[in-house]
Write a protein that binds this ligand. Sequence first.
Ligand SMILES: C[S@@+](CC[C@H](N)C(=O)[O-])C[C@H]1O[C@@H](n2cnc3c(N)ncnc32)[C@H](O)[C@@H]1O
Length: 305
Amino acid sequence: MESDYHFTVMKNEAIKNLNLKRNGTYLDATLGMGGHTDQISKTRNDIKKIICLDNDINSIKLAKIRLAKFDDKIEFICGNFKDIDKLINEKVDGVILDLGISTYQLLNADRGFSFKSGNKLDMRISLEQELTAHEIVNTFSVDKISEILKNYGEEKNHFKIASEIARQRTRCEISTADELNKIIKKINKNSSKINSSTRTFQALRIAVNNELDAIEKFLEKSEYILNKGARLVVITFHSLEDRIVKKFFKLSESKCLCPESRMMCDCKKKQTLKIITKKPIRPSVEEVLENPSSRSAKMRIGEAI
Ligand SMILES: C[S@@+](CC[C@H](N)C(=O)[O-])C[C@H]1O[C@@H](n2cnc3c(N)ncnc32)[C@H](O)[C@@H]1O
């Protein structure tokens, strides 16, 4: 059964590749609506424990209801996966990291993630955090906003949009998705292929939650929480995320970082991961037809050695 609030992406591929084993402990580092944990629990009833983490307390509350029947095997933790070393004190036999946000978060107008009419500008995954999209749009300098749109949204009109935001906000605070949409549409007049606001909204979300930094930190720390043979299954949804995962896997698999000109290796680099997916796994045609938002998903898998 799918949750009413989120369609779990590549759940069969994820579970198959986690190589679940008897008495194993697993980490679902992006619990969301609990789709992957639900599938793990249904697939094997002889695992020891699933640690379920999310930075959004409301998502945890909903997932808890869905996962009530597996309660005795699940530990719920609210926190940012970038702090994984402080949040758990045991090693695990597999990790699922399904990045981004859930449909529940996207469609909830109060959370302000989407450019749909009526939404306020917020975009915080953790409601404990202070920085919101509203603050970025209304207080950051033109250069800073421009940099965010360029680096996190790959928006080619980054400077023009940032300048227009700064011009408009001197007249009146920019408080809603509609107001921001209007500004973007003024600049991206002929952009018809994807909604011309998508790139700006994605960029703001990444900046508000410092998402790329969190992924990098989690991956760096993963070495210390994975038991030998544990699989790290990562699902990304855009090229900025995928690039980080690909680079990390490559670095972890390498045995030497010495420049080619050096005759003998003296870098003491150790291989920590074996790459299982030379090319990322993509959702099936059937899955994309059933759930079009899965179309950009890429799954990469590494195994701790
Ligand atoms: C795509 S959803 C996961 C959906 C889930 N796999 C399912 O099938 O229901 C991603 C989840 O990760 C959470 N998240 C994003 N960044 C996070 C971070 N840095 N730390 C902890 N949770 C995070 C979001 O709040 C969201 O609930």
